[in-house]
Design a protein around this ligand. Sequence first.
Ligand SMILES: [Zn+2]
Length: 202
Amino acid sequence: MSVLLFVSAPVEVVQSTTETSAQDSEDGVGVAIDNEGGIREQLAKIGGNLPPVMYVLIQEFITWLTGKPYWGQQPLLKVGRIYQLIAALLSLFSGITASFIILQSSPFFFPLLIFSWAYTVGGARKIQATICHRCVHYEFFGDYRDKWLAEVLSTMLIVQDFAGYYHDHIKLHHHVKKFASFEHDPDAQFLYLLGFRPGSES
Ligand SMILES: [Zn+2]
């Protein structure tokens, strides 16, 4: 197995050992496998001949665009859970507000609805798939407030409530004997339905 080290700009791939390291065990073996030649690692070479500041900014943009950092890339800003919650709510409500303003204006501006819808859907999706997800794991605040936050947010979006999501996600999906099994894991079944197959290359 190869362990990949990305030092500084431009990206470097170093095959150093065949042993499983402590980092591998922590991340899960497989994370470090097959990263050599990965699409994101290929993109990490873009801007390698530019000044470091330019390289970092270009790579930040690519990470933002693709949603995937290259192996070893560190975030420019470390933000917390409250930031994520506020950002999601802002995206949702600013999208709704912008849509309302656009609809009140001339039809000439209606194509701009694509952008306001994107912010609305993006905010709603972030709330449901990220914030509510952490809440059913009791990992947002880490106490009873997670249940109430999930109840408020799920009611606002008219999606599955805390109890239902908790049952489907914690009792079924993450159950130690059911996780990623096609018989019992509704998330795995849904991913399969969407066309994602085990062992696919991309
Ligand atoms: Zn989960």
